[in-house]
Design a protein around this ligand. Structure first.
Ligand SMILES: [Zn+2]
Ligand SMILES: [Zn+2]
Length: 573
């Protein structure tokens, strides 16, 4: 395939950025920028122009030297100049120039003085306050840059966190529900499959004749731009830039359309193949034998014609669900209502907002039977091997509160740091006073895979270790997981009576779906906890349960679906 103009232009832009960071002659920098613009604005590809024997120096701003460089890129796919430059300074530095407020000069200084080479480095430096110490930066600039880096990482993935999409979706669905003549109304796509991030929203509706739902949709207050407005399909962009599609489908096709637009693509391909084997045709309008529609009204009907039971959307990723459906071995997925308590929340003893009692009452209101208060260990420093004062106070307060609560128990816990050498941050005499210990890594994310894995395994050897919190440390779209041998960790946990958390915070969802499935296959139970820092955060449980379902977990696979008595037994090592 000939190299597209876009790629040629990208190489020139990168050269321009690197020259600028190096502090080269501004005219030379500008020449490359202009060349990039010229090439990307051409209607014909430079590769074709060369093939036709055209002289590229006829193009505006392209001299002999640049024409030669275009030819080099087109024939070899590379540019020696760019390779030479990246020998001298890291190529990723150009990524930093995308951060608003960072020009070449600042990027150069950050690199020379703080060895910042990538967005991750930049983020770390800003979080640790090192950036503010650079001359001419300061706290304000540092905060702004940090926000910008986070936004950039999100934009790069072009995906929106499920919890944020829900914030857009719920009021919009309320609005649509009020339109005249609407019957069914549902969000399909990855939103329905509860993926941790979604690209856009695909809404399906069925309507009575003469419905005004489409007009109602494009007139929604939050719409910034109507991309298209038709009778059966409209697309809008919300103020945030988030895209929403609405399709109105006939009642007879509703189930088929729902299967089709829920996806995933691989799942749809798998069931289409199955239909073909049965001499059927399946599409968004229905299931057909010859020209006759034999199903389409409901999803159940569609799956039934394929000889399958209905498959929950959370499983539709072509990861064995079609085979399991055929064999009658689909899991009975865990539900929000199965959850009996939350085992990782914070209070105003450390960085949480609310008191122990407020958190307990809020949990009880959600129908839970227990709640574990797990404040951070780093702030609870030990004096002379005695029980730290704050923790002692907290324990006494929990005892008093438990005397007053009916049908609900607050468990004494802690979120204890796993130190770099695998020791826990508090002595055993302190840890043993608690009902359970949630153990986590909050530092030294960059250890090698072996070191990081050994660190966790050693921590689990401590008899007071119960639950490994947010096991991979990832922040969706912001920070990658640290390098761990998850198989070994899960095996060690299972062998030693430890558990792994699925942290339900929408930015974490850690363990992810694949790791949940791995845990299940190893017979290791998962704890779904919210890590709530405020009463409202307890509601994150729904996202944790969603991820657990995507990981094929049943109630039995989730530790906190047990009643308190069984929980205590299972926590005993
Ligand atoms: Zn934590
Ligand atoms: Zn926490």
């Amino acid at each position: 395939m000939p190299i597209p103009n876009h790629d040629v232009a990208a190489i020139f832009s990168k050269v321009a950025d690197l020259l600028e960071i190096k502090g080269e002659n501004p005219f030379r920098v500008r020449a490359y920028r202009e060349a990039a613009r010229t090439v990307s604005g051409l209607s014909q590809s430079v590769a074709d122009l060369l093939k036709e024997g055209r002289d590229l120096t006829e193009l505006p701003g392209i001299g002999k030297d640049l024409a030669g460089k275009i030819e080099e890129i087109v024939t070899t796919g590379r540019l020696t100049l760019l390779e030479d430059l990246t020998q001298q300074i890291p190529g990723e530095l150009t990524e930093l120039m995308k951060v608003a407020g960072l020009g070449a000069k600042r990027v150069a200084r950050m690199y020379q003085e703080l060895n910042i080479r990538s967005l991750d480095d930049l983020r770390q430096a800003a979080e640790q306050g090192r950036l503010a110490e650079l001359e001419g930066f300061g706290d304000k600039t540092q905060t702004k840059i940090l926000e910008e880096v986070k936004r950039l990482r999100r934009d790069q993935t072009h995906r929106t966190l499920l919890a944020i999409a829900a914030q857009y979706a719920q009021p919009l669905m309320d609005h649509l529900g009020k339109a005249k003549g609407v019957k069914d109304l549902i969000i399909a796509g990855s939103y329905r499959r509860r993926r941790e991030t979604v690209h856009d929203l695909d809404i399906l509706a069925t309507c009575k004749r003469g419905s005004t739902v489409m007009d109602h949709f494009v007139k929604y207050d939050e719409v910034k731009e109507v991309v298209s407005h038709g009778k059966t399909r409209s697309t809008v962009l919300l103020r945030s830039g988030f895209q929403v599609d609405l399709r109105v489908v006939p009642q007879v096709s509703y189930g088929a359309a729902l299967v089709y637009f829920t996806g995933s693509k691989p799942h749809n391909i798998a069931i289409r193949k199955r239909a073909v084997r049965k001499k059927l045709k399946i599409n968004e309008y229905g299931v057909f034998r010859g020209n006759g529609r034999i199903a389409g009204r409901t999803e159940e009907e569609v799956y039934d014609t394929l000889g399958l039971p209905w498959i929950p959307p959370d499983l539709r990723e072509n990861r064995g669900e079609v085979e399991a459906a055929e064999q009658g071995t689909l899991p009975t997925l865990v539900e929000l209502g199965d959850i009996q308590g939350d085992l990782h929340v914070h209070t105003n003893y450390t960085d949480g907002r609310h008191t122990i009692e407020q958190m307990a009452r809020a949990a009880q209101k959600r129908g839970y039977k227990y709640l574990a208060i797990a404040d951070h260990s780093q702030r609870i420093t030990v004096a002379h091997g005695l029980m730290p004062k704050a923790l002692r106070e907290q324990i006494e307060q929990i005892d008093r509160l438990n005397d007053r609560l009916k049908g609900f128990v607050v468990l004494k816990a802690i979120e204890v740091d796993i130190l770099a050498d695998g020791r826990l941050d508090l002595p055993d005499e302190v840890l043993k006073e608690l009902d359970l210990r949630v153990c986590s890594i909050h530092s030294k994310f960059n250890l090698s895979r072996t070191e990081q894995t050994e660190r966790v395994l050693r921590a689990m050897d401590n008899p007071y270790f119960n639950i490994l919190a947010h096991p991979t440390g990832r922040l969706i779209g912001e920070r990658d997981a640290y390098d761990l041998d998850m198989e070994r960790i899960m095996e060690h946990a299972a062998a030693n009576g430890c558990y792994l958390e699925l942290n339900a915070h929408p930015e974490r969802l850690d363990l992810d779906d694949n790791h949940c499935r791995m845990a299940k296959n190893k017979g290791l139970k998962v704890v779904v906890s919210t890590d709530a820092h405020r009463m409202d955060d307890l509601a994150y449980m729904v996202y944790g349960v969603g991820q657990a379902r995507r990981g094929w977990l049943e109630a039995d696979d989730v530790l906190n679906s047990r009643n308190l008595k069984d929980l205590r037994t299972l926590l005993r090592r």
